[in-house]
Design a protein around this ligand. Structure first.
Ligand SMILES: [Fe+2]
Length: 319
């Protein structure tokens, strides 16, 4: 596919997943079931490439640039509290042939993208791959963050790759980050004592609930008008949340997503910026004028460690 051409419709959906703690790999959850459903849907629609911008654990100091995984035989970085049998046997499938394709699109947008042949994969990507594609990893490429955590640069990375959402490119994009993810404010006791990451000895604190609301307001805007659910039940835990009839995609999504980092509760919800760059990436992927009206859905959500909110969003659909 030529760089810079007008892309045909329809476009593949994009996922914005909160990978949560490493325990999300080992324990069943609503998120894990949603990830598998998304994986099944992608395979049923002929996906041949998966591209992930990982959320927290890989960044480069290269000025204005990113790295792209090109290790032909990556190892998996170990995770605490998870039986290695749940991840060690899973065979990773690096998509080396796709690296130049991604580089060409990023280069056309003025974003340097160096291949990294030594990068080993980390739980924030293989955790989701194992859950999405338990019967085998599709060819996958990982893109790093830039360590300055400039939201607009990460939006630009997504925007540069948006043409590859065209169905003909058979590519599924995933942002792997976190909606509310502040390790310093999690309640770790139940996990350390009882290996129970889902324990809620107390409700989430107000700052966590507030920022979760802000993220939902961006990616499921207009949910109050989406169906006949009473307003006081529209955001109930465990309920799928769908955007209203105007959708959420388009240039406004870029502005809303980047503005979240200026929200008064942002620094409470994210002590560091690393788990929020995937949000910018997805806003870029779904932030063109042609994306106006694209719907957003929160398909699942899990609270871990009292204050960590793992929302699972999908923008667009396969219809
Ligand atoms: Fe993480």
């Amino acid at each position: 596919m030529a760089v810079g051409t007008t892309q045909p419709e329809p476009m593949a959906p994009v996922h914005l997943f909160s990978h949560g703690s490493a325990m999300m790999l080992g324990e069943d959850s609503a998120s894990a079931r949603y990830w598998e459903k998304c994986g099944d849907d992608a395979l049923a629609h002929g996906i041949e490439h998966v591209v992930i911008m990982q959320g927290a654990h890989w960044a480069t100091a290269n000025p204005g640039g990113v790295l792209i995984s090109s290790n032909p035989k990556p190892e998996k970085a170990p995770v605490l509290f998870v039986d290695p049998a749940k991840y060690k046997p899973y065979v990773l499938n690096p998509d080396l042939a796709y690296v130049p394709v991604l580089q060409a699109h990023l280069s056309a947008a003025g974003i340097p993208a160096e291949a990294d042949p030594a990068f080993d994969w980390i739980h924030d990507t293989y955790l989701i791959l194992i859950r999405m594609f338990p019967r085998g990893c599709p060819p996958t490429t990982i893109i790093s963050m830039n360590a300055l955590f400039d939201p607009h640069l990460h939006v630009a990375v997504g925007a540069a790759l948006r043409p590859l959402r065209a169905r003909a490119a058979r590519t599924l994009f995933i942002g792997s980050g976190g909606a509310v993810h502040n390790l310093f404010r999690n309640v770790w006791g139940p996990m350390l004592r009882h290996r129970d990451n889902f324990a809620q000895p107390t409700p989430p604190e107000p700052w966590a609930l507030d920022f979760r609301q802000e993220v939902i307001d961006v990616f499921c805007a207009g949910y109050e008008d989406a169906d006949s659910v009473p307003r006081n039940e529209a955001l109930a835990y465990g309920r799928e949340i769908r955007s209203g009839p105007r959708g959420v995609g388009g240039p406004l999504l870029r502005r809303k997503a980047t503005s979240l980092m200026k929200h008064p509760k942002y620094r409470d919800a994210h002590a560091t910026d690393d788990h929020f760059m995937a949000t910018m990436f997805v806003a870029g992927l779904c932030g063109s004028k042609e994306d106006v009206g694209v719907a957003g859905v929160m398909g699942a959500e899990d609270w871990e460690l009292t204050n960590m909110c793992n929302t699972q969003f999908t923008l667009g659909n396969w219809d």
